[in-house]
Unconditional design. Structure first.
Length: 209
């Protein structure tokens, strides 16, 4: 009996792994574009005996492969992040400041590789160690750990409901955790190319990094 139970448990574990990794592979292969609403909760590490503090923001998200995406943060402060295929733009409306970086340098082993860049698991595995992370609340999770240890990203988990991206959990090298939850995800919805064009607002300071 114990042998049968152990076999069933092992078979279930393998099935869960296949489901999570299959969802990831189906997403990167079939999701050519998409849009969603998102909520992001960022929690810093606890320090000096004080409880960790969290801050919540929300907005809209759009992407189009290859290498283009846009995050519009609406609450509590307006921010825009745009990747146009060549340049990564970050605009802080309160500061009236635009920061730019070359996209290839900024987005290597980052969540953007999963969302908008990599065409298949083989490509992702060049930069990440991928492992199934089980199922919780109807979401299948995959752990992605960057092979390059010099960046700010420590690890990432991607959650899928079916083949739709449902959540990202990101842990950076400073112990800060960021959880993005996506709702109203529309895979392969038509997205205007203009959404991935960014022109600095008149009077804004532009800082190149």
């Amino acid at each position: 009996m114990k042998t049968i139970v152990a076999t069933l448990v092992a078979a279930f574990a393998l099935s869960a792994q296949a489901s999570g990794l299959d969802s990831l592979e189906n997403f990167v292969k079939s999701a050519r574009s998409g849009r969603a609403e998102f909520t992001q909760v960022v929690t810093g590490p606890a320090r000096d005996g004080q409880a960790a503090r969290s801050k919540t923001s929300s907005g809209t998200f759009e992407f189009a492969r290859p290498n283009r995406f846009r995050f519009n943060y609406r609450k509590p402060f307006e921010q825009t992040i745009v990747a146009d295929g060549q340049t990564l733009w970050l605009y802080d409306a309160d500061l009236r400041q635009v920061t730019t970086r070359k996209q290839a340098q900024a987005l290597g082993s980052t969540p953007a590789a999963l969302i908008a860049s990599a065409p298949d698991l083989a490509t992702l595995r060049k930069d990440f160690t991928l492992e199934a992370a089980g199922e919780k609340d109807g979401i299948q999770w995959v752990q992605a750990t960057p092979k390059l240890k010099e960046g700010q990203l420590h690890s990432m988990k991607a959650g899928f409901r079916g083949n739709d991206l449902a959540a990202l959990e990101i842990l950076d090298s400073f112990g800060q955790r960021s959880v993005l939850t996506f709702t109203k995800m529309e895979i392969n919805a038509p997205v205007s190319p203009e959404q991935f064009q960014f022109k600095p607002p008149q009077g804004a300071d532009v800082v190149k990094q």
